[in-house]
Design a protein around this ligand. Sequence first.
Ligand SMILES: [Cu+2]
Length: 150
Amino acid sequence: MKRVMLSAAIIAVMVVIGCKNEAKTNNETVQTEEANEIAMANLSFGVRGNCGMCESTIEKAANGVEGVVSAEWGVDKKKIDVSFDDSKTNELAIHSAIAAPGYDTDKVMGDIEAYDTLPGCCQYDHEMAMNQSGEENHAGGVSLSNTIFQ
Ligand SMILES: [Cu+2]
């Protein structure tokens, strides 16, 4: 009879330890998910370009950066909206990726040799105002609105 009691006690202890371990694992999983959400950043900045072909080149360049989740460039405002995982890449890497095929951003000048090989219709004016609000604003020119938020 004593042996049976002892066995029951050992089983009870093991069950308690088992539950504690399980609870701990669940907490760790939740923390990892929170960390992933915090790492997402949104960014908008000016990029010069003329047409739909420019749009696909600019967006392809931005999307080619590891960690970029989405990139949308608008021909009217000369502005790109990018969502990215800021644990994998950063603002300057995205600007540089767009500059590589020849496009000016408001932080990095487009590669000059790449610009020269762009189709004629895509060889935008280097004086073009970028990151436009959509309203006429010749006096203001470039306005920086690089807000990174979660
Ligand atoms: Cu173009």
